[in-house]
Ligand binder design. Structure first.
Ligand code: ADP
Length: 184
């Protein structure tokens, strides 16, 4: 199964991604996790990315596209993957399309986890991750609406989009996701 997972910061993507991985076994490709690991290891890419991450901004497209295109070439992606946090811009989505069509491995589905902004603010205030400062949170929510949400239209037109309500217990939300993933 080749899945893209989209949702605003704080929607619960991380938790649901874990549930999906456990049950369906795709490789988990979280760009947030990759960038945080690079930042903590102080690699050149990580140091550069941290400037954007701590301000709540997106790292430049060419950086993240480079990371993902290398990662998708690895053998473990042949049995399916869950892209979590990528693509986040139309340019990234177009680059992904090119990589996947060159490899003849199109996406099966794009999952959108939907949660309204007030609930996101509440959840992120309680999470306390390094880049969860209030100004950075506002910036990320704003960025989601202006830069990332056009992807929903992009994938909607390709008839790949499945939208889920992210409000409820984690079990409720996962049950909604399972109902769709059973089809693949
Ligand atoms: P969240 O979904 O909570 O905003 P992530 O863990 O997915 O957080 O990402 C953390 C940060 O890493 C983002 O705020 C951004 O700076 C950077 N990042 C992650 N994925 C991408 C991407 N596809 N393009 C650009 N920047 C990204």
């Amino acid at each position: 199964m080749r899945i893209v997972f989209v949702g605003p910061p704080g929607a619960g993507k991380g938790t649901q991604a874990e549930n999906i991985i456990k049950k369906y076994k795709p490789v988990h490709l979280s760009t947030g996790d990759m960038l945080r690991a690079a930042r903590d290891a102080k690699t050149p890419v990580g140091v550069e990315a941290d400037k954007y991450m701590s301000a709540g901004q997106l790292v430049p497209d060419e950086v993240i596209i480079g990371i993902i295109s290398e990662r998708l070439k690895r053998d473990d992606c042949k049995n399916g993957f869950l892209l979590d946090g990528f693509p986040r811009t139309i340019a990234q989505a177009e680059a992904l399309d090119k990589m996947l069509s060159a490899a003849n491995t199109p996406l099966d589905v794009v999952l959108e986890l939907k949660v309204h902004d007030d609930e996101l603010r509440k959840r992120l205030a309680g999470r306390g991750r390094k880049d969860d400062k209030p100004e950075a949170v506002e910036e990320r929510i704003k960025g989601y609406h202006s830069i990332t949400s056009p992807l929903l239209d992009y994938y909607g037109k390709k008839e790949l989009l499945e939208t889920f309500d992210g409000i409820g217990t984690t079990a409720d939300v996962f049950a909604r996701i399972e109902k769709v993933l059973e089809k693949f």
